[in-house]
Design a protein around this ligand. Structure first.
Ligand code: C2E
Ligand code: CA
Ligand code: CA
Ligand code: CA
Length: 279
């Protein structure tokens, strides 16, 4: 058995070295990427279900890597968190999103809210509320135009501290959304502890809403729960008219998804807003 083990070890060693090498190369490329300005934000509209108007947008991070092409966040956010890059990267995202939103406002476009995703690591920075306030001041964007999206696990990591941070963000007039609602912790008690504005129903519940009675029941319940707590509800991942019709029927306030638009580079998003698709 010992002999086999050694043979296996020899067999796997090169593959493991290759994986470790690839990981190191990724880390190195990521560290350079911020400096080389390889990151960009794409924007996806948030749409009012009743009127069809674009009422907000979500900034979604992309890495345009010269060697790897366009890299989705699922391939680099985790590594960025592990190597601590997420703090400067998250700061860049917030600044760029606020700068862009303010630029659109100054160009005479409707004042829409800009939603930014926050990593758990950013949320654990004690000075997050002050940092956000400084970025708003620097970019000239009104706090009421900023929305921060946090997942349940982000706030449940340290509920007492999270409640305080959310209070301090909320006090500035910033809108808070719970992202991927329903996929994290099962306890709902945090909904009354935290200052929240919107629950964002994860796309896993939306996908089969028209064919799966259980998914429809969950969405119906989340909408009822949210409304009785005076929270808004937005559904993500809406791809078909049929899904939208169900959500309208169930009283969902807003939706986001490929049905209206994929996340778009700034210039294309601007064109979408100007084309009147916003109304
Ligand atoms: P998320 O916040 O839940 O974002 C929704 C994801 O669903 C986005 O993927 C979006 O492109 C995609 N999506 C939107 N509409 C549809 C649809 O109709 N159908 C389908 N199949 N997908 C749709 P994306 O852009 O790849 O982002 C993935 C995740 O990466 C995000 O999930 C978020 O957790 C994270 N992320 C993105 N940008 C940032 C960022 O700036 N900071 C941090 N910390 N995380 C980010
Ligand atoms: Ca999000
Ligand atoms: Ca999601
Ligand atoms: Ca998410």
């Amino acid at each position: 058995a010992k002999k086999v083990g050694r043979a296996n070890h020899q067999f796997f060693a090169p593959a493991m070295n290759a994986a470790a090498g690839a990981r190191l190369a990724l880390e190195r490329a990521l560290r350079q990427a911020l400096e080389n300005q390889e990151f960009e934000l794409h924007y996806q509209p948030k749409v009012d279900v009743a009127s069809g108007a674009v009422v907000a947008m979500e900034a979604l991070l992309r890495w345009r890597c010269p060697q790897r092409g366009m890299v989705p966040p699922s391939d680099f956010i985790g590594v960025s968190e592990e190597i601590g890059l997420i703090i400067p990267l998250g700061a860049w995202v917030l600044r760029e999103a606020c700068r862009q939103n303010r630029a659109w406002q100054l160009a005479g476009m409707a004042h829409l809210r800009m939603a930014v995703n926050l990593s758990a690591y950013q949320f654990r920075q004690k000075d997050l509320p002050e940092f956000v306030a400084a970025v708003l001041k620097e970019t000239g964007m009104d706090a009421s135009c900023l929305e921060l999206e946090v997942t349940e696990s982000v706030v449940m990591h340290n509920p007492a501290e999270a409640a305080q941070i959310l209070d301090r963000l909320h006090a500035q007039g910033i809108h808070i959304s719970v992202d991927d609602f329903g996929t994290g912790y099962s306890s709902l008690s945090y909904l009354k502890q935290f200052r929240l504005d919107t629950l964002k129903i994860d796309r896993s519940f939306v996908r089969d809403i028209s064919s799966d009675a259980d998914d429809a029941a969950i969405v119906r319940s989340v909408i009822a729960l949210a409304h009785s707590l005076r929270l808004q509800v937005i559904a993500e991942g809406v791809e078909t008219e049929e899904q939208l019709a169900y959500l309208r029927e169930l009283g969902c306030d807003q939706y986001q998804g490929y049905l209206r638009s994929k996340p778009l580079p700034a210039a294309q998003f601007e064109a979408l807003l100007r084309s009147g698709a916003a109304d």
